[in-house]
Design a protein around this ligand. Structure first.
Ligand code: AMP
Length: 179
């Protein structure tokens, strides 16, 4: 488990950001370490390496950095899932629940063809509300969601279980207690 230990040590924790009581898990320190960044990208898709992957979908904004690298690694296309109002072409959208209230995320309607094999990527899964919205959005345009991959899991918040209940295999590399 030394990889897990080493990777965990590259994540910086910032207490009370963006608000009191939150332990913000900052991956910019991981991204800045060449070996940690490369290993994290390799390990994220390791169970699906060798399978045909058409597209990697990344959730704004940290999912873009990881998803772009993963897409390159597996020779897939990259698809951005963005906050409402950011994409220029015709979009499909879905409402999803945040800790307080709801928001909307969007993707281009033609970003993925029906039946294409897609892997979803983000930096961290907490309650799973964001990733659940992304899976539903991808399925809305007919994507075959092979898996969802995250560097960090906060298991006490139940997000990974929420995705598994939607029949999405979940891959996470490290976990932190609490939220
Ligand atoms: P959730 O929808 O609750 O699973 O939240 C996941 C999204 O919020 C991801 O895009 C994360 O980047 C971000 N997020 C939630 N909690 C944290 C945290 N403790 N530290 C850093 N990012 C977080």
């Amino acid at each position: 488990m030394t990889f897990e230990h080493d990777l965990k040590a590259t994540v910086r924790t910032i207490p009370d950001y963006p608000k009191k009581g939150i332990l913000f898990r900052d991956i910019t320190t991981l991204l800045g370490e060449p070996r940690a960044f490369r290993r994290a990208v390799d390990e994220l898709v390791q169970p699906w390496a060798g399978l045909k992957i058409d597209k990697v979908a990344g959730i704004e904004a940290r999912g873009f950095i990881l998803g772009g690298a993963v897409a390159h690694q597996v020779s897939a296309g990259f698809v951005p899932i963005r906050k409402k109002g950011k994409l220029p072409h015709t979009t499909v959208s879905i409402a999803y629940s945040l800790e307080y209230g709801i928001d909307e995320m969007e993707m281009h309607v033609d970003a993925i063809k029906p039946g294409e094999r897609v892997i979803l990527v983000d930096d961290l899964i907490a309650t799973g509300g964001t990733a659940e919205g992304a899976v539903k959005l991808l399925r809305k345009i007919g994507a075959n969601v092979l898996a969802a991959c995250f560097i960090i899991d906060l298991p006490e918040l139940g997000g990974a279980d929420k995705l598994r209940k939607l029949d999405v295999p979940v891959r996470t590399l490290i976990s932190f207690e609490g939220h």
